[in-house]
Design a protein around this ligand. Structure first.
Ligand code: C5P
Length: 223
């Protein structure tokens, strides 16, 4: 379809997940968490004990893995991998690192392309990821590239994980984030980079509400 799309790309911890969800709610649009697809494949590969170097097996696993999204009673997005709720496992840095390794495989990116484009439905879509504005929805009328300093991103992740009772160190997280950013920016296929026509928003020091308003201001609405 040609329903409008708002793409929000950026590195991990830039705030794009939280912001995208809220903006989608405010607009009444659909929401695509594309990172969850890569994470889901990473988790499914882990369940199947696949070797992250065995690209053939990983590609087959991508085709075989059912990935579903639904909102729970609290309005939280739950992710089902082969019909099992894997939301909490998906959020771990282990799943993030597996996703980032898997996301560098061109056949896997290609295999997930149509699944992502299928989310483009009326009245509109907010798509969150690394290549939403560059590869998946290059014709999107609204594009944001969201960043924040590495320190702030590590601190946000630290707080998120701490709140969940996961024990991590700030230093370790910062190192993991920088390593994942470097891998995402340097890979040959669909590297993390802003679309030429993206609006840049640096969220360092900004509140969630401030950023939501800045993003909403890009999308003209009636009334
Ligand atoms: O956004 P999130 O941290 O959940 O993404 C996990 C990983 O999936 C990223 O580090 C990146 O390697 C990969 N990814 C991607 N393209 C997307 C979304 C995520 O390559 N559109």
């Amino acid at each position: 379809t040609n329903a409008p799309v708002l793409t929000i790309d950026g590195p991990s911890g830039s705030g794009k997940g939280t912001i995208s969800r809220r903006v989608a709610q405010r607009l009444g649009w659909h929401y695509l968490d594309s990172g969850a697809l890569y994470r889901a494949v990473g988790v499914a590969a882990g369940w199947a004990d696949l070797d992250l170097d065995d690209h053939g097996a990983l590609v087959r696993c991508t085709f075989d893995t059912r990935i579903g999204f639904r909102d729970d009673a609290a309005g939280e997005l739950r992710v089902l991998v082969n019909d099992v709720d894997a939301t909490d496992e998906l959020r771990t840095e282990t799943a993030g690192a597996a996703a980032s390794a898997i996301a560098a495989i061109p056949e896997i990116r290609a295999a997930l392309k149509d699944r992502q484009r299928a989310f483009r439905q009326p009245p509109g879509l907010v798509a969150d990821g690394r290549d939403m504005g560059t590869v998946i929805f290059p014709d999107a009328p609204f594009k944001v590239f969201m960043t924040a300093s590495a320190d702030e991103r590590a601190q946000r992740r630290y707080k998120q994980l701490n709140d969940k009772g996961v024990s991590v160190t700030l230093d370790g997280l910062l190192r993991e984030i920088l390593a994942r950013d470097a891998r995402d920016a340097q890979r040959a296929v669909a590297p993390l980079r802003p679309a030429d026509d993206a609006v840049h928003i640096d969220t360092t020091g900004l509140s969630i509400e401030d950023v939501v308003e800045q993003v909403l201001a890009l999308v003209p609405r009636e009334g």
